[in-house]
Design a binder for this molecule. Structure first.
Ligand code: SAM
Length: 252
């Protein structure tokens, strides 16, 4: 009995058995081009793509992050796209719950020659973020917050997982958070949260238990500046990226 291959497996086969595979090895731009070329033919709709991707690249260039994380790796498209924009000594950590997707991403990242820059944490972001946080303190216990965060997993987890990031102090003044699909399918609760005042977030967090656990209350004294950037693709599809900057902590 033959089992139908998933879209993601078909993508991996297309690239890894491509007649030109050896000529694209070590060339992230060419691997992204192959993904972009093949994705529409199999309706692989979850990748961010070059248009909204460019909005995030523009923000990455302003920050020059040394540590970037991503919630939702999928087959590694955004990891390859964004990690290749980071300085050589930077690290990109990507969280992916689906083992099969993570395995495909690992192969494509290896082909792109970015294994030294990208590390995938396989598991639910909520389970893996505390482990990641522990690994961020060196032997001297000094701890570096994350410079740039890309949120692109399931929409109902945007706020609960952001509250984990806040509680673990992974967000500090200077951290930029980019969240995808803010208009379609939309994440209205997330946009309201990051655009809300500390008072709004305090009331929100006191009256909404975090589904990841009550210990991850969130940190409402963070001051965010946040804006929705709308992007219309050449085919007319409209979506948006929310760019939120942690600018300070509310004192007192
Ligand atoms: N960022 C990818 C890109 O642009 O190429 C696309 C990510 S896709 C929209 C969302 C991914 O998030 C899926 O692969 C899904 O398995 C993963 N995911 C969903 N919930 C998750 C969670 N709680 N923790 C980690 N990954 C999760």
């Amino acid at each position: 009995m033959t089992v139908d291959k998933s879209k993601e497996e078909k993508l991996a086969d297309y690239i890894l058995t491509h007649p030109q595979v050896e000529s694209v090895r070590g060339n992230p731009r060419e691997i992204l081009r192959l993904i972009e070329e093949y994705a529409p033919t199999i309706k692989l709709g979850m990748i961010i793509g070059p248009h909204r991707g460019q909005v995030i690249i523009d923000e990455i260039k302003k920050v020059n992050p040394k540590v970037m994380i991503e919630l939702g790796c999928y087959v590694g498209y955004s990891a390859i796209l964004f990690a290749s924009e980071l300085p050589e000594d930077a690290k990109y950590y990507s969280f992916e719950v689906n083992e099969k997707f993570a395995a495909i991403a690992t192969k494509l990242i290896r082909l792109a020659g970015l294994t030294h820059k990208i590390e995938i944490f396989v598991g639910k972001a909520s389970d893996k973020l505390p482990e990641f946080r522990d690994g961020m303190s060196g032997p001297d216990e000094r701890f570096t917050p994350v410079d740039f965060i890309f949120i692109d997993h399931w929409k109902d987890m945007y706020v609960p997982d952001l509250r984990i990031l806040e509680t673990l102090n992974l967000i500090a003044p200077g951290t930029v958070i980019a969240a995808d699909n803010i208009i379609y399918p939309g994440a209205p609760d997330y946009a309201k949260y990051v655009k809300g005042s500390p008072k709004y977030r305090k009331e929100h967090n006191m009256s909404n238990k975090n589904k990841n656990g009550t210990k991850y209350l969130g940190r409402w004294n963070i001051l965010y500046e946040s804006e929705t950037i709308e992007v219309v693709s050449p085919n007319g599809d409209k979506d948006g990226v929310e760019i939120s900057k942690c600018v300070d902590y509310l004192s007192g």
